[in-house]
Design a protein around this ligand. Structure first.
Ligand code: HEM
Length: 244
């Protein structure tokens, strides 16, 4: 008697990889846009207005930012539900996993555990961040963001989120390639160490970029602490006002 093959576990695996890939591409893009502050306050102001659709519609629509946050939230929820299938489910399973990791000393198994821990941390850290940008989409800009980071003490959340998300994204991309790239016995031994070097380089790059960016927001926020709530006026508008 022929047994019917259940394709659902494979389909769910593809969906988990796909949602993971989209989220990684998003966070890498996010880091470049958000680090525009390194080019100056005007550059970050311009990026924030671009996401509010001002260059297209002639005036800012912060609701567009909220819509993007909602889409990212749905992607995260989908990715997390699919990932939860693979989390250890009981104390016994955790105990066995620790024993297994200790005995195997296999780096890729350890990396999988890094994914579990950072993924779990992000349930809380990412939710707090997404909620704030969802309900206050008009509160993003050189001074608004810097005030939140420094006077609102968000730098603590961002420092923890920065480490979690870039470990998770870097390890995730490495695991994606290992899972779906058609290796053969001949090249697998040379490709794996190269992929590892690429993975650690990408993680180090985004951690450095994120740290320098975060420190820049903290510095601007610290200097602006006695004027919390005041909005940034781009230099073109300030010059225009001065010449009138
Ligand atoms: C559409 C959704 C998102 C928007 C609009 C957004 C926007 C921003 C903005 C404007 C900042 C600068 C600080 C501030 O204004 O509070 C920031 C920082 C940050 N965001 Fe997001 N974010 C989004 C999603 C995410 C997600 C999903 C993650 C990770 C799970 C994330 C991780 C971070 C981190 C780690 C920082 C600090 C970066 C640094 O140290 O330079 N963001 N975000």
């Amino acid at each position: 008697m022929s047994k019917k093959i259940n394709f659902w576990p494979a389909r769910l695996d593809v969906l988990q990889s796909l949602t993971g890939l989209l989220l990684v591409l998003f966070i890498w893009g996010h880091m470049f846009f958000e680090s525009s502050i390194l080019l100056g306050k005007d550059a970050m102001y311009w990026v924030s207005k671009m996401f509010e659709g001002e260059p297209i519609f002639g005036k800012p629509y912060p609701l567009l930012v909220s819509a993007m946050v909602a889409a990212i939230f749905v992607l995260i929820a989908l990715h997390a539900i699919l990932a939860l299938r693979k989390f250890p489910g009981s104390y016994r399973q955790y105990h066995q996993l620790h024993r297994h990791i200790g005995a195997l000393r296999h780096e890729d198994t350890t990396l999988w555990y890094v994914q579990v821990i950072t993924g779990f941390a992000m349930f809380f850290l990412a939710s707090a961040h997404l909620y704030v940008v969802f309900v206050q989409p008009d509160n993003i800009g050189p001074y608004a963001s810097a005030d939140r980071v420094w006077s609102g003490r968000f730098w603590i959340l961002y420092a923890l989120l920065l480490i979690s998300v870039h470990l998770h994204a870097g390890v995730g991309i490495y695991r994606l390639v290992m899972k779906w790239y058609p290796f053969n016995a001949a090249n697998s031994k040379t490709v794996r160490p190269r992929l590892k070097i690429a993975m650690w380089s990408i993680i180090a790059f985004f951690l450095c970029l994120g740290t320098v960016t975060l420190v820049t927001y903290m510095k601007i926020g610290w200097e602006h602490a006695d004027r919390v709530g005041e909005r940034y006026v781009p230099s073109s508008a300030a010059n225009h006002q001065a010449s009138e």
